[in-house]
Write a protein that binds this ligand. Structure first.
Ligand code: SAM
Length: 276
């Protein structure tokens, strides 16, 4: 396996994640026998504006209960489960991290959603599915770790049925460089590959997709992170949070994301593309 892929895989592979999530739920007094999707939200929706963004993307998607949708780079599956729960569609989530996939499966079982929502470890650049398998595709904040974006888009195109819709919610570059590191998706620049929104859009189109919706969400992201201040001393972290996914320096990462947004070093795009 390529060194670049190995680095990303190890970044997203914390030890004993499932038990640490259960311990966090226990500490905040959640009843495990009556767990809800909302209870997991602080840890299982690892993207800018969390569940609010997921619900906007569900509205945008038009996915319905007769569909089978692929979530590419699903993490521990929070938005995969939300998508199935809200629309009734069947979902399959894939992720590079075997640790995340195991946790995604176990959390899904805990919620009794395993008939509708399934997961498997796979690389987005070499998807283990036949051509024209899925009615729709959904990919949230994964592109930042992908250098070879054209291969990723070609894979999305290949596994989507003709007429299928692809929902993307992705961080891109902006007018200024360099990006401050670490950020939530990368410890340093070797793990991050951002292209300008125009270049991103051109790649989607050159793959064969038609871009039906293109919304700039940068200002909403900027507002969401505007309260972040530079962390000092030992971090005060909640019992349940995305620090469990990518480490206790999460406040530094969130602060750097805030600076990158304020200084126009990153942008955020929401898009719906259709396979003609
Ligand atoms: C910032 S997280 C977002 C996770 C999830 N989409 C969410 O919104 O909660 C990025 C995810 O992309 C996954 N990822 C990065 N590169 C990948 C690749 N080449 N193939 C599959 N997954 C990948 C990581 O393992 C990680 O789970």
């Amino acid at each position: 396996m390529k060194k670049e892929i190995k680095n990303i895989q190890s970044y997203y592979s914390p030890n004993d994640l499932y038990n640490r999530i259960l311990a966090g739920l226990d500490e905040i007094g959640k009843d495990m026998s009556r767990l809800t999707l909302d209870d997991l939200q602080p840890v299982d929706e690892f993207h800018i504006r969390g569940d609010t963004a997921t619900r906007e993307l569900i509205n945008l998607s038009g996915f319905t209960s007769d569909m089978h949708v692929l979530d590419v780079g699903c993490g521990v599956g929070g938005s995969t489960r939300r998508l199935s729960y809200e629309t009734g569609c069947r979902t399959t989530g894939i992720d590079l991290s075997e640790e995340y996939i195991e946790v995604a499966q176990r959390l899904t079982q805990l919620l009794g959603m395993q008939d509708l929502v399934q997961f498997r470890a796979s690389n987005a650049l070499d998807l283990s599915f036949s051509d024209n398998t899925f009615d729709g595709v959904w990919s949230i904040q994964m592109n930042m770790n992908v250098h070879d974006k054209l291969t990723w888009f070609k894979e999305l195109y290949r596994v989507t049925k003709p007429g299928g819709r692809v929902v993307l919610y992705e961080v891109c570059a902006n007018r200024n460089t360099p990006v401050y590191f670490p950020v939530p998706w990368a410890q340093d620049s070797s793990m991050s590959c951002l292209v300008a929104p125009d270049e991103f859009r051109d790649m989607i189109i050159s793959t064969g997709f038609e871009v039906e919706t293109w919304n700039d969400k940068t200002e909403l992201a900027r507002i969401a992170f505007s309260h972040m201040t530079e962390p000092t001393g030992e971090p005060e972290l909640p019992e349940l949070g995305v620090h469990l996914l990518v480490g206790n320096d999460i406040l530094t990462k969130a602060y750097n994301l805030h600076r990158n947004l304020e200084e126009e070093r990153v942008s955020l795009i929401e898009s719906l593309a259709v396979k003609k």
